[in-house]
Design a protein around this ligand. Structure first.
Ligand SMILES: Cc1ncc(COP(=O)(O)O)c(C=O)c1O
Length: 284
């Protein structure tokens, strides 16, 4: 359930009182970018990484806005909503101006934040699991920008939900790029693979934490794409994301992965991830 107080353009408001202009470019052109940040135990996890990615996304669409101002607003929103464990949504759009493809000079960005309660991690949380489908990656070529243009992602996720699955893995030119709102990892012969952070994926913050943890655990790690043809022979598959954390994939397109039980490397990385959150945020 969403908390009641949201932030919009300098004001903390009841959700029901917050409204946008009909001339908002975010509505007409998806002209904006966003972040989702996870708070554990009242602390924003990987805050600086989210701020850095927001800056890259803003640069990617030539939107001038001082991203650093968001951190304090985000903390205050969590406090005002009396939350400790939350997912906080940050959105910056170009602002409102009469609908025109050509972006007018001098628009004032619209800044919107909302906070949603999340389940505390707990001391020894079980590894989350899900099933996935595969689907064509027909998105644009700038997936590295965390853009509001999420219709393909939303359609893919809906297709997954209709198939009883929790995520859709995108396939571009035969390669698994990422999930609709997650990054995808596979284990083959004891080695871990994920798509390189090029323009065809969003460079997930959780992805990068997992890569770092894999390296420190001595797990051979390759930022190298695997194909949809490789998928059935994967020893282990999992997805990562701010909301998803690390979630093992137990079935793919209706077929069980191995025996349907998450493998050793996935479990090891989940334990390492939980320890990292506990060390950073004191959660548990
Ligand atoms: C397309 C896509 N890929 C990957 C991710 C995971 O990124 P992060 O771990 O930073 O949440 C997301 C998160 O929303 C996403 O939308």
């Amino acid at each position: 359930m969403s908390a009641e107080i949201v932030y919009l353009n300098g004001q903390y408001l009841d959700r029901a009182q917050a409204s946008l202009s009909v001339d908002e470019r975010g509505v007409h052109f998806a002209d904006g970018v966003y972040e989702v940040v996870r708070y554990f135990n009242g602390q924003a996890f990987t805050l600086n990484e989210h701020l850095d990615r927001l800056k890259r996304s803003l640069d990617g669409i030539d939107l001038i806005f001082d991203a650093d101002t968001i951190a304090g607003i985000s903390d205050e929103l969590v406090q005002r909503n009396d939350l400790t464990d939350a997912r906080v949504y940050w959105q910056v759009t170009r602002g409102s101006g009469l609908r025109n493809h050509v972006i007018a000079d001098g628009l004032t960005p619209t800044v919107y934040l909302s906070a949603e309660e999340a389940k505390p991690l707990g001391a020894a949380p079980p590894l989350p699991t899900t099933s996935v489908i595969t689907t064509l990656d027909d998105r644009w070529h700038n997936c590295w920008i965390k853009s509001l243009m999420l219709l393909p992602n939303s359609l893919a996720k809906t297709k997954a939900a209709k198939a009883g699955a929790g995520e859709a893995l995108f396939i571009r030119d035969g390669r698994v790029t990422e999930g609709a709102s997650t990054n995808a990892f596979a284990v083959f012969d004891g080695e871990l693979y994920t798509h390189p952070a090029d323009r065809y994926i969003l460079e997930g913050i959780t992805r990068n934490v997992i890569i770092e943890l894999a390296k420190s655990q001595g797990i051979p790690m390759h930022e190298q794409a695997f194909t949809s043809a490789d998928l059935p022979s994967a020893d282990e598959l999992f997805i990562t994301g701010t909301g998803t954390l690390l979630t093992a994939i137990t079935a793919l397109d209706g077929n069980m992965i191995q025996d349907g039980h998450p493998g050793a490397i996935t479990n090891e990385l989940w334990d390492a991830f939980v320890q990292r959150v506990q060390a950073d945020c004191g959660a548990g």
